[in-house]
Structures are given as C-alpha cells and as structure tokens.
Design a protein around this ligand. Structure first.
Ligand code: CA
Length: 434
C-alpha cells in the first residue's frame, strides 16, 4: 500500500444524499463525509460518516445539525493524542456544549437540538458514536444489524420492560419523541459502540428517521445488499418519498470493496480506551511513605546497627522509584479492544434481509402504481429506460433471480422519479396517488 493521495473507491465506495422530502418547508438534516487523504491517514484516524437531524423552530434545527457535522469531525482530528473512540466522544461532548451555548445566546435558537450518529471506519473496525434516533446499520451477507440504540420513548420504555411488544400502548406513543439529543443540555451522554471488525462486502448505512420511518429494515437490507451505494442511496430516498416523504431524508452509505482493508488483512494494533498518557497523580501516601522510610533509616542508623538502617533506606529508594514511575512514566496503557471486547451493547436489531419473493412483489406493486399514476395524469415523459428496467426485472423474476429482480425494479423506480423530477418538480412531489 503506497502513500500519497488516494482514490478510495476501489477499497471503500461511498455515497451520500439528503432530500427535503415531500412535506417539509426546509431540510434540517445535515451530513458529513470526511475521508482520510492517504492510507497512513486512514490507519491513524480513519474515515468519518455522519448524519445529524436537527430540531427547533425556524432555522434553529438547521443550525444545530450544521454545527454538529462541522464541529465533530474537526475536533475529532484535533485530539490526535487520544485514541479514536475517546477523541470522538470528546469531540461530541464539546460540540454539544457549543450548540448549547449558541442556543442560550440567541433567542431565535433557543433550545435547538440535533441527533448525531457517527460511523468511524478505522482498520480495527467500525466505531459508532450516537445520540438520538438517527441510525447506523451494517449489512453483512443477508443479515442487517442496527448498531445503534434509538434514544426514543418507545425504545427506552421497551428496554425498561414497561412496553409490551405490539400492544396498543406501543402504537399510541409518537415515534418521534426522542429522549436524548445534542444541544438542549450542557452535558450529554454519548453511546459508543464497537469496534466491529471490517470484512469485504460489509455495507454501512447512516440515516435519519425520515428514511427509517418509511422504509422497513428488511427492505433497507435487501437494497443495500444488492445495489451499488450511489444507486442504493437514490432508491432509498425515492422509496421514502413515494410513501409520502413526511420528513427530511438523509442517507450515507459506505461499502467495504476490497479484502485488503478488512481488519483481518490489515492486522492493526488494537484500539485502547481508558489509557492515561499524561501519567496519573501519585497518592500523597506514597510520598509520606518515602519520607517515613528515609527518616526510619536515619534513626535506625543512629540508634541501632547501620545494617538495619541501610535496609530501611533501600525500602525508601524502592518506594521513591515506584512513585516517580507512576508520576512520569507515561501512565497506564488502557484497555485493549478487539476480539471479544468492545464498547457498547450493540447490535440491537438483527433481521434477515434476503431479497425474497415478498419484497420483489412489493416492488412490483410500487412500480405498477407509479406507472398507472403517470399514465393517468397523461404526463409526457420518456418511458424508455423505465420500461427496459421493468422488462429485465420481470424476466429475472420469471427465472427465479430475485436479486436481479430487486435491482432492476429499484432502477425502474429511480429512473421514473428522476424523469418526474426533471419534468416538473412540483408534480413529482404530488405523490397522493402513490
Ligand atoms: Ca427527522
């Protein structure tokens, strides 16, 4: 692996997209993708992918999420002397304080807040830092896992055992009530998860609830597993919009393309946490002990035999040596993370997401409704690409190739949505028929 500017696409493909949705007047979501410039830079500090979903009156939500996606990567890179999980946590805590300060300083921004989901990819694996109900997922093979815990009323009550699954109570709690966010309070508790070792093919998704409110986990997984990141990002946004798009939608996808950057291949030094580079303060008792030993040595030398005094002096030197080592000797090494030892309690959700017949059927219905709605309104659009994708999908379905069918139906959806956007943004956003 060479140094110098690096095109990451062959190792790690990524895509990011944010969309206002169909109902909102402004987009309060923000995202950041900060890639290392070189392989060495990646080994040291990794790549950052993050989503922040702002909340607050007028422009406050937009400002809060913008402060998060600007401040956190900047501060993370500033604290190079700390291990990546600790630098990330500190960056978030300090950014929280800054958002809080700005919220208090100007009544327009009073009580502004934002969610914050950060995916940090380092050679040791995926490290996730998270507050709120945006989410980080990983798809490996046919399994989708949610690596983050939603800080929402529903999830917190369920975790506390006070919310029966699928009961009326669960349905009555609004999904958008969140219990933790950046900004409203001076202090914030950050969930840190990982590292989850990287394997070739692993696909990560960081997204706001504008996506997950409209698209089910198994659908997310089937799309992420079968489409390249750029196409997957677009069709996820399209699906959320076709289902009403009630909220802003933000999608950031990162996919490990090469086994060369898998954790097994790079064999990095383990990440450590709880280390103490500055050395720690020595308990005053140690210094008192040193004094007592030397005083005893002096007294014993004078009143008994020099040999006993010498023994006490040796003890004093040993205690002094230990105290000096503790004070200046570089501190503790910390806890090494890795096999069997990681931060957090994730993954919190694990679902099978094979591209099966049921999902193909669902996509077929969406495509058919889309076609009918366009025909009904007599919109003048170019049907070529849409029809070709539909034909390929139907053929794949006939031959039992569900994955190809999913891919082609998704392409049909995105093609049509693009046509509609290009033709007339206003009409594309009128999804009442769908
Ligand atoms: Ca939202």
């Amino acid at each position: 692996m060479s140094s110098g500017p690096l095109n990451w696409d062959q190792y790690l493909a990524h895509a990011a997209l944010t969309d206002i949705g169909m109902r909102r007047a402004n987009n309060q979501d923000s995202y950041a993708v900060v890639m290392a410039d070189t392989m060495e830079g990646w080994f040291e500090r990794g790549h950052i992918f993050m989503v922040a979903d702002g909340m607050g009156a007028h422009a406050a939500g937009e400002l809060a999420s913008k402060l998060a996606v600007d401040g956190i990567p900047f501060l993370y890179h500033k604290y190079r002397d700390q291990s990546p999980p600790e630098a990330l946590q500190r960056a978030i805590i300090e950014t929280n304080a800054e958002i809080n300060r700005r919220g208090k300083a100007n009544s327009d921004f009073y009580n502004m807040g934002t969610t914050c989901s950060v995916l940090l990819l380092v050679p040791q694996g995926a490290v996730v830092a998270h507050i709120g109900d945006s989410r980080v997922y990983r798809v490996r093979g046919d399994v989708l896992e949610q690596l983050t815990f939603d800080h929402s009323m529903v999830w917190e009550m369920r975790a506390a055992g006070s919310l029966p699954e699928d009961g009326d109570l669960a349905r009555s709690i609004p999904k958008n009530v969140i219990t933790r966010s950046l900004g409203p309070h001076v202090n914030v508790q950050v969930d840190v998860e990982g590292p989850f070792p990287l394997e070739a093919g692993d696909t990560f998704l960081v997204c706001s609830d504008g996506l997950t409110g409209q698209v089910e986990d198994d659908e997310l997984g089937a799309i992420l597993a079968n489409l390249p990141p750029q196409e997957a990002a677009q069709v996820l946004v399209d699906l959320a919009n076709l289902r009403g798009g009630p909220d802003n939608i933000t999608v950031v996808i990162a996919k490990v393309m090469s086994p060369q950057i898998s954790t097994a291949a790079t064999r990095p030094e383990p990440l450590t946490v709880g280390g103490d580079k500055e050395g720690r303060a020595v308990h005053p008792g140690m210094w008192i002990g040193v004094g007592v030993c030397f005083l005893a040595a002096l007294v014993l030398w004078m009143v008994t035999t020099p040999l006993v005094g010498l023994l006490a002096a040796v003890a004093g030197v040993i205690v002094l040596g230990i105290a000096l080592l503790m004070q200046f000797g570089g501190g503790r090494g910390g806890i090494a993370l890795g096999t069997g030892k990681r931060l957090g309690r994730g993954p919190y959700v694990n679902v099978q997401c094979a591209a099966g017949d049921a999902f193909v059927k669902k996509l077929t219905e969406i495509v058919n409704r889309l076609r009918e709605s366009v025909v009904e309104r007599q919109l003048n659009i170019d049907w070529g690409n849409f029809n070709h994708a539909c034909e390929r999908a139907a053929e794949a379905q006939q031959h039992g190739h569900s994955k190809d069918a999913v891919r082609e139906y998704c392409r049909a959806i995105s093609t049509m949505m693009q046509e509609l956007r290009a033709r007339n943004k206003k009409k594309a956003s009128d999804s009442s028929v769908l």
